[in-house]
Ligand binder design. Structure first.
Ligand SMILES: [Zn+2]
Ligand SMILES: [Zn+2]
Length: 287
């Protein structure tokens, strides 16, 4: 079990100034974990990752004491698409993302499952699993692929851990998969993490559908949108609908103790990250 000082805490960090600038920013905050995109998240194309740049990122990361790095896939991927062309493009892009994550020495690659726009959920679930199996065939070596829960309600898929579990059961190689819990998305999808009972029932569902050991990371965000709204809007910790009590419950839950808490909180003022970080450091203390 990790000591308090070794608990994993970090942010999604911009790569606008390059990979090493992202590490420098993380180091300036004093965090030991980070999430980045490995390319422009809003475009399909990417220039091939430069080997020297990737090696420099690995070296700088080590130097800065960053213990956990996750990469978030590009937003255009739709692993559930019923459109053959879009699905094919998404599979190739996922395989390329897996390769880039491997080269960068990341601990995991996080992705959304996509949507099948009105098709029956069972069909969407089967399609996502098929897409992941294909991408794994195209890229044999990679860090663990995490499926992130969404805030979307049925008939969309991915908002419940039952959906994510159903997808993972159809994936051939579960040694390569896990899940990431986004707290704002879970709240938007109707999981009431403001109470101990609500949080316990969420963790019970994850355990029975997927296995708590396969929960590998937390996207730690408060939510601007109300419980069960189906809306994904992140807010500063303690200032949203999850609020101070819910944020504190999540930070103090012993079952989540050893997981990286990565914030994707708004960054409109320069001091925002420090404020959210201080909330986490103040409350995430175990006896
Ligand atoms: Zn995400
Ligand atoms: Zn997230």
């Amino acid at each position: 079990m990790k000591k308090n000082r070794d608990l994993l805490v970090g942010f999604h960090v911009s790569i606008a100034g390059g990979f090493t600038a992202a590490v420098a920013y993380a180091a300036s905050l004093g965090i030991n974990s980070m999430q980045i995109f490995s390319k422009n998240p809003r475009g399909w194309s990417a220039k091939p990752l430069d080997r020297a740049e990737a090696l420099e990122f690995r070296a700088k990361r080590k130097e800065a004491g960053i213990k956990f790095v996750m990469i978030h896939t590009c937003y255009l991927l739709n692993l559930a698409s019923q459109d053959e062309e879009l699905r094919g493009k998404s599979v190739k892009a996922l395989a390329a993302e897996l390769e880039r994550a491997e080269l960068l020495g990341a601990d995991c690659l996080n992705t959304h499952v996509g949507s099948c726009k009105g098709c029956p959920p069972e069909e969407g679930i089967r399609t996502v699993a098929w897409s992941i199996n294909e991408a794994f065939r195209l890229c044999r070596n990679s860090p663990v692929l995490l499926l992130e829960n969404t805030s979307r309600l049925r008939p969309s898929i991915g908002g419940s851990f039952r959906d994510l579990g159903a997808i993972l059961k159809l994936v051939d190689d579960n040694s390569r998969t896990g899940i990431c819990l986004d707290t704002a998305h879970a709240f938007g999808a109707g999981y009431d993490v403001r109470s101990a009972a609500g949080l316990n029932s969420l963790l019970k569902e994850i355990d029975s559908e997927i296995g708590l050991l396969n929960l590998r990371a937390i996207h730690f965000n408060d939510s601007k949108a109300v419980l069960g709204s189906g809306i994904d809007r992140h807010e500063h910790l303690g200032m949203g609908e999850i609020g101070k009590a819910g944020v504190s419950l999540l930070l103090k839950n012993p079952k989540l103790r050893d997981l990286p808490f990565i914030m994707e909180t708004p960054r409109s003022r320069p001091e925002d990250d420090r404020k959210n970080l201080s909330t986490v450091l103040r409350l995430r203390v175990f006896a």
